[in-house]
Design a protein around this ligand. Structure first.
Ligand SMILES: Nc1ncnc2c1ncn2[C@@H]1O[C@H](COP(=O)(O)OP(=O)(O)OP(=O)(O)O)[C@@H](O)[C@H]1O
Ligand SMILES: [Mg+2]
Length: 231
């Protein structure tokens, strides 16, 4: 646990002593719990994206209008998550979608919200793994956490193999979050029509409502091939 208290009160323990000498939770304790939950969920912010910032490439050189809207969303992250508002991006390979979505997740984590970051194929394989447990307990626990976390980050929607089981899993998670007005941030290489075909119209309809409209298109070239430096 960090020995830093963002409120400058508890010296990082998460607890303060009152006048009677009883321990009571510090104002920073909820943020600490959420950070720990975020670390336990999914993969956390992957190494490649830990330094993601509006001031650095690949983000800095993206369309200024896109950056302006994402920046405004991150500045109001508390109220956006409170209202269950999310965001999603679509576009070709390597255009910067995941970087933009990570900026939103990073802003949420910095404000002390719990965030679960998953690529969708990885999420589905984690769900499958809980089946091996046999008791149904770990599946229920994972499902509950996916539904309760303040922000669920679904990277690469539509990259998964399409089966009835997959459609059902994605629908259950998205529907549960939609019902409870909880936020989702997502990325996909697919158009809205392709996405309806791949993950099902009911899931896409709910995602569209959570994210306030169809996915934001991110145009451009593949930044991986154009920025790669020789070994
Ligand atoms: N100038 C740069 N500095 C650092 N990284 C860069 C730069 N330009 C491009 N990149 C790289 O570009 C990649 C593309 O960004 P990102 O992964 O966000 O794209 P994407 O749209 O999510 O791609 P995909 O559809 O394949 O998932 C990043 O992984 C990053 O490593
Ligand atoms: Mg990506």
């Amino acid at each position: 646990m960090s020995d830093f208290c963002p409120e400058g009160v508890c010296e990082g323990s998460g607890w303060v002593l009152d006048e009677a000498g009883d321990a009571r939770p510090c104002g920073c304790r909820r943020q600490r719990i959420n950070r720990t939950t975020s670390r336990r969920m999914g993969t956390g912010i992957p190494k490649r994206f830990r330094g993601v910032s509006f001031d650095r490439n690949p983000v800095r050189d993206l369309d200024p209008l896109v950056l302006d809207r994402v920046r405004r969303f991150t500045r109001r992250i508390d109220e956006n998550l409170e209202a269950g508002r999310g965001w999603w991006f679509t576009g070709d390979v390597g255009t910067g979608k995941t970087s933009l979505a990570m900026l939103i997740s990073k802003a949420a984590i910095e404000r002390g919200h719990s965030v679960a970051i998953y690529s969708v194929p990885r999420l589905l394989s984690d769900i499958k793994e809980t089946y091996d447990d046999g008791s149904g307990h770990s599946y229920a626990a994972l499902f509950r956490r996916l539904c309760e976390v303040d922000l669920l980050h679904l990277d690469d929607l539509g990259a998964e193999k399409r089966t009835e089981w997959v459609l059902e899993q994605l629908y259950s998670i998205v529907n549960e979050r939609w019902q409870n007005e909880r936020s989702i941030v997502g990325t996909t290489n697919l158009s809205l029509e392709e996405l309806r075909e791949q993950v099902g119209p009911r899931t896409v309809s709910r995602l569209t409502e959570i994210c306030g409209g169809p996915p934001m298109p991110i145009m451009g070239r593949d930044l991986r091939t154009t920025s790669a430096s020789p070994p």
